[in-house]
Design a binder for this molecule. Structure first.
Ligand SMILES: Cc1cc2nc3c(=O)[nH]c(=O)nc-3n(C[C@H](O)[C@H](O)[C@H](O)COP(=O)(O)O)c2cc1C
Length: 202
């Protein structure tokens, strides 16, 4: 069966620098025969987690919105790409709210002890993290990395590799840095190759 990757765009700018890098990674994945669905998270109409905790005892979330379909897709996907700019030293609020809604997965895995994802599937699933930041300072990606790593554990799609570029306030246009565009493409291609081969991660 064709493998499938979900690609999350955290930037509200659909043709901005983050989007360009994501599109390069998607191109690489698709060249390996893996299907990709892009989700423009900043333009979705979803509520944040309201802590109703319906998900403590059941596989559902009380909030009936687009996330219901998303949960199903995240159970079925083989790989994930998260591409986001840094905002206020972390990930943008909409993307964070999207991730917080995966409390449904958290409760299944850590509260009831039965993840939606089997250990065999987890070994095959992997996440590529792409991020850019305006500032040229150390540790600018640390907050975002901690968040995406935790998210990867909750949904059993562990953080596998990353493409990061800071100093975007100076660079302005990511296409003037072909080595970063190339890195996104190569990592995407590698992700697609590994998923298509059904290889196990460590
Ligand atoms: C609301 C907001 C907050 C930001 N906060 C940070 C920040 O804390 N650190 C940083 O390095 N860059 C910050 N930036 C800069 C973005 O990371 C940078 O402009 C990035 O290139 C935007 O990518 P995009 O055009 O693809 O969305 C911020 C930008 C915005 C709009």
């Amino acid at each position: 069966m064709t493998k499938k990757v979900i690609a999350l765009l955290g930037s509200p700018i659909l043709d901005g620098n983050t989007a360009r890098l994501l599109d390069e990674a998607i191109r690489g994945v698709e060249e390996e025969g893996v299907a990709v669905e892009k989700i423009e998270v900043a333009h979705m109409d979803v509520l944040p987690c309201m802590e109703f905790f319906q998900c403590k005892g059941s596989e559902t979330c009380l909030i009936q919105d687009e996330m219901q379909g998303i949960f199903k897709k995240f159970r079925e996907m083989d790989g994930l790409i998260i591409a986001t700019p840094i905002m206020t030293m972390g990930i943008p609020g909409r993307l964070k709210s999207f991730m917080d809604r995966f409390q449904v997965f958290y409760m299944a895995k850590y509260h009831r002890g039965r993840s939606f994802i089997s250990p065999e599937r987890r070994r095959e699933r992997r996440m590529l993290f792409i991020s850019i930041a305006g500032m040229n300072i150390p540790d600018v990606f640390e907050g975002a990395r901690m968040t995406v790593r935790a998210f990867g554990e909750i949904i059993d799609c562990p953080l596998w590799d990353e493409v990061l570029r800071n100093d975007m306030d100076t660079i302005q246009d990511i296409t003037t840095r072909p080595e970063v565009m190339e890195a996104a493409y190569r990592k995407g291609r590698e992700l697609g190759r590994l998923l298509a081969a059904g290889a196990s991660s460590s």
